[in-house]
Design a protein around this ligand. Structure first.
Ligand code: FES
Length: 193
């Protein structure tokens, strides 16, 4: 950031961020209905208040979208097959160990999660903020055929992420999808603890 014009640059970034987030929400809304969650006041929400969601109804291999801080958060119930396929992607990824990526310490592991079977990532592409689509279909011809073990595909400029939200090489997105701070007690997911 240039110190010569801190106010203008800052405001521009806020506007860009807002636009990108709204675009992300709109795109996701078209694909996956948002789950109704306990919603705090608008003011508390803007400040990042936690939201809770009962995740017991997510079927294995399926994804729901929870809104937090005005952003879509993807919650995937990964199958044993999905988990077994994750290491097969490592040589194709930009940051397989998530060294440069944003996640809590408890999610800096091979599955990028507290519980291996539950993935929680922000559904905002790290390129320019579109909402990647959920593409769990192994071997999808349009995403690399046999080399595709399921993940997320961003329709804006073609970035691809695996089912741990790790970005592939050779796409515009520079980083893995961020993992927000969260907790799981029983079947209750709390995002933004
Ligand atoms: S915004 Fe996702 S690839 Fe550009």
């Amino acid at each position: 950031m240039s110190y010569a014009e801190p106010v203008n640059v800052s405001r521009r970034r806020v506007l860009i961020g807002t636009t990108a987030t709204l675009g992300a929400l709109g795109a996701v809304a078209a694909l996956t209905p948002f789950v109704k969650t306990w919603n705090p006041s608008a003011r508390a929400k803007a400040a990042g208040a936690a939201v809770t969601q009962d995740i017991s109804s997510i079927e294995k291999g399926q994804m729901i979208v929870v809104e937090w801080r005005g952003m879509p958060v993807y919650v995937v119930s990964r199958t044993p097959e999905m988990l077994a396929n994750l290491p097969k992607n490592d040589t194709q990824l930009r940051d397989p160990q998530s060294e440069a990526s944003v996640q809590p310490d408890y999610a800096k592991n091979a599955t990028r999660s507290r519980k291996p079977e539950i993935l929680v990532v922000t559904g905002v592409c790290t390129h320019l903020g579109c909402a990647p689509g959920f593409r769990p279909d192994v071997g999808a011809a349009d995403l690399g055929g046999p080399a595709w073990h399921g993940g997320f595909f961003c329709p804006c400029h073609g970035s691809k992420y695996d089912l741990a939200g790790r970005v592939f090489q050779g796409v515009p997105a520079p980083l893995n999808l961020p993992v927000p701070d969260y907790n799981i007690e029983g079947t209750i997911l709390t995002i933004g603890t």
